[in-house]
Ligand binder design. Structure first.
Ligand code: ZN
Length: 530
């Protein structure tokens, strides 16, 4: 094996990163700064990235740290560049939270041959080289001056590059902020730091109770059963209820539902949207830390002491929302009677709910069903054979290998399955109509990109996310008794108004007639004074 010096290894590594892990960055860059007119600038960015990385690595890489650092960066970056190139995702702090909170089962959905090749050629092989290469020992003094020279030279090259194209760099920094999000490995390192800082760098978590004053002020003697279905990745424009040309809601269309065609999510990922929609904070003021350290509407309903609550989850988990109420994992055949070949169906969550209602006869009932829904990228796994109405379907988790039509077909079949699940939930509630006031609320967590403009899946930073990722499926159904109480005809009229997930907190309180100082009437979708 050859020998090298620390200095040479640092420069080579940085160059290697710039050339082989930043396809996404350069692809985006030359869309904004076309090559013909901006060749000099584009080349200068390669120098800036290379020597910025050299500078950063130069500050932390020494005899005993240089190899572990290099190998870690190579292994992780091979994967981040795979996801960035294939799905056009951005590895920001909330994406990292999403990845960490995702369980093994979902990660397996994402595994593919191409990913394996990325890992081999950009992760393992260069790591093996770094591991094997002999680093010359030059003594402290020599190494110190060599390093000092390297750091100063890096800064000088960066300065010259930026100075020569200062006009471009000003617009790059001011007007094209998202470009920086695709630089590998610096952006994922920055995001990891931000994630760690947001998550761990705080005093022990104390959850602030809210709505301790909550009480039910309903003069009616009838009890309520409300089932809230939290959807997964269902975008509004793929619902025939919202005018999609394909009939993706054939069963719901026959039910007396109220559809909300203009509803928008709080985030673009499960980890943001789910806690946000149940929190008292609106999209503007919500943050992960506030969400996790403040009770949510499920807790407030619990404080009334008159509502029996149950959260069943066929997704990853409740993202912290159901930590203080009864929770059942339905992604396991132990609880879910409707599992086959590792895939548990949402409809299994309805089994046994009768017993829960019976056991809590003295109380109102609030049940949350967190769906698997349209979880990507393996949409074709999300429905049973009977729902394979749109063909041919994309049968791989490597979405970029399928045509947009095949992806949409698989995705739409999964919407059909949700159409059926929601209808079965309504039929379940109908059995209780005589003795209870009943309601179902369905709201998806976020939307999904299906390859439009080369963007797949979800999780882009909100300000740059396409409508497909934020415009979500939302609908409600009310049983006979409840219909009168919520004045359905007035609600039907304003259903086309724009709503956001901010409304859910107050709508649930309104539906249960809960009085608390946390309740804001103007945000309640059921409030007739709109
Ligand atoms: Zn989700």
């Amino acid at each position: 094996m050859k020998t090298t010096t620390q200095t040479k290894l640092l420069i080579n590594l940085s160059l290697f990163f710039t050339l082989f892990y930043n396809y996404s960055f350069f692809e985006n860059l030359i869309q904004v700064y076309t090559l013909e007119e901006n060749l000099g600038f584009v080349i200068s960015t390669a120098f800036v990235i290379t020597f910025f990385l050299t500078f950063l690595l130069g500050l932390v890489s020494f005899r005993y740290t240089i190899k572990p650092i290099a190998i870690t960066l190579l292994l992780v970056s091979s994967m981040t560049s795979y996801f960035m190139n294939s799905y056009h995702v951005i590895i920001d702090a909330s994406m990292i939270r999403n990845m960490i909170q995702t369980d093994i089962h979902e990660s397996l959905d994402l595994l593919s041959l191409k990913q394996g090749l990325y890992f081999l050629f950009f992760g393992l092989l260069p790591s093996y080289y770094v591991y094997k290469v002999k680093i010359e020992e030059r003594g402290f003094k020599k190494e110190f001056f060599s390093r000092l020279k390297l750091l100063l030279l890096s800064l000088a090259i960066i300065a010259v590059a930026i100075f020569s194209f200062s006009k471009y760099y000003t617009s790059f920094v001011r007007e094209h902020k998202p470009l920086r999000f695709t630089i590998n490995p610096t952006y994922w390192i920055y995001s990891t730091g931000k994630y760690i800082n947001l998550t761990f760098n705080s005093a022990p978590l104390v959850v602030k109770p809210i709505g301790l004053d909550a009480k039910i002020v309903d003069t009616s003697s009838r009890k309520k059963i409300v089932i809230m279905v939290v959807g997964e990745a269902s975008r509004a424009d793929h619902f025939s209820l919202n005018g999609y040309e394909r009939d993706t809601n054939p069963l719901l269309a026959q039910e007396d539902i109220i559809n909300f065609p203009n509803t928008y999510s709080c985030g673009t990922s499960t980890a943001v949207s789910v806690p946000c929609m149940f929190s008292k904070y609106d999209k503007g003021s919500y943050s992960y830390k506030k969400g996790i350290s403040t009770e949510n509407v499920v807790d407030v309903l619990k404080h009334t002491k008159k509502i029996a609550i149950l959260w069943r989850d066929n997704n990853s988990d409740s993202k912290g929302v159901a930590l203080r109420v009864p929770y059942e994992d339905y992604k396991t055949a132990k609880n879910n009677t409707n599992c086959k070949e590792g895939e548990c169906r949402d409809v299994g969550m309805l089994v046994g709910l009768d017993a829960f209602i019976e056991k809590n006869r003295e109380k109102d009932i609030f049940i949350v069903l967190h769906q698997m829904g349209n979880h990507g990228p393996a949409y074709y796994k999300r429905y049973t054979k009977e729902f394979e109405k749109f063909t041919p379907v994309c049968k791989t988790n490597q979405l970029e290998q399928c045509s947009q039509e095949e992806i949409a077909n698989a995705y739409d079949n999964a919407i059909l399955q949700t159409d059926s699940f929601l209808t079965q939930t309504i039929h379940f509630l109908k059995r209780y109509e005589k003795s209870y006031d009943t309601a179902m609320i369905y709201m998806s967590d976020h939307g999904e990109s299906l390859g439009e403009g080369g963007v797949y899946l979800h999780g882009l930073p909100y300000f740059m996310a396409p409508d497909a990722q934020t415009h979500i499926g939302t609908l409600m159904w009310f049983g006979k008794g409840m219909k009168e109480k919520v004045s359905v005809s007035a609600l039907q009229k304003r259903a086309t108004n724009k709503y956001t997930q901010d409304a859910l907190f107050h709508t649930l309180l309104g539906l249960f007639h809960v009085q608390t100082k946390e309740y804001k009437r103007e945000l309640d979708m059921l409030n007739n004074e709109h």
